[in-house]
Design a protein around this ligand. Sequence first.
Ligand SMILES: Cc1ncc(COP(=O)(O)O)c(C=O)c1O
Length: 392
Amino acid sequence: MKDARKDTVLGHAGRSPRDNHGIVNPPVYHCSTVLFPTLAALEASDRTPFDTINYGRIGTPTTLAFEQAVAELEGAYRAVNTGSGLNAIATALLAFTKAGDHVLITDSAYGPTRRFANDTLVPYGVEVEYFDPTIGAGIAALLKPNTSVVFLESPGSLTFEVQDVPAIAAAAKTVGATVMIDNTWATPLFFQPLRFGADVSIHAATKYIVGHADAMLGVIACADEASWLAVKKAATRTGTCAGPDDIYLGLRGLRTLSVRLRQHEESALALAGWLSKRPEVTRILHPAFADCPGHEIWKRDIGRSSGLFSVVMKAVPKPALSAMLDSLELFGLGYSWGGFESLILPARPATMRTATRWTDPGTVLRLHAGLEDVDDLIRDLDGAFTRLNNAL
Ligand SMILES: Cc1ncc(COP(=O)(O)O)c(C=O)c1O
């Protein structure tokens, strides 16, 4: 439907019952070999190697359905699936860098993004420089004629600074740099960075798109044909692809993304509000809170929030932190996020930064608000604070 709203697109994108015996969901194709009826057909597929169903790794109706759905949500030309979120980040960076290039990455980026840049791109001859996530149009001063990529993550997934995508993209365009953004937190539902000047929007679909903590998946949405082809070529060269069942879980997750996110958003706001009144907490790092860096930009460009945020507490000794976190009943202590379950994770931003300094001596905890009853979640946290205080 022309001009359909996002919730409608979520329900219908990437599926065509009429072409599939009336069955609501697209079939899951398990595929390595694709057979050609004739030599001529086999040779013809070589002429459009990135755009033909010619081998399992290149694409199947299942992967194409997922990519089409994400592209539609992002307002992208096309998308490319990958085996994980980190795989998507690495593939996108490889697609647009070569020896001698200069790459700018936000200092708030997810740790493994930094590690890929430092430990793979740098030894291959790429100059990697980090920048203050609040830099905005000031990025112009860091751009060089050979800057090929500006990599954003907004908000930063540990410290939640919201970045000025339009200002950064406008500056990056003056040197022809590709602007890519890790858009996992906002999902394509709450933010479409390509509409704000980014060229490539990356998702760890492992998180909200899959939504049930049971699959690893990534996807790269590209603004135009040239950027799609660059990413598709990089994915093809490195053999990047996701398994069909995980792709299917991504497609299925999309159908309920909107209703799940509404609850994640509401619960996270309630938890953050409750935490902001705790005497143990000194700061809430949540884009919807006025003192979060980039809050005004969040209001201007995004306006909605998902379930992930951090709090800064007064510094607490390790044994007290262990007492607090070891006996939680509902919050799980673990990496990743975006599933139906609540999570909590101590973070140490000071150890990761190089362009800026994280000077707050407090203990940082990152929380993911799951879909449990929020009053029960609050009771779980209340018990945790009691144990913390008893251990001090
Ligand atoms: C912001 C962000 N981007 C990317 C990733 C990587 O995703 P995956 O675990 O699917 O590789 C993560 C994982 O935690 C993340 O938090």
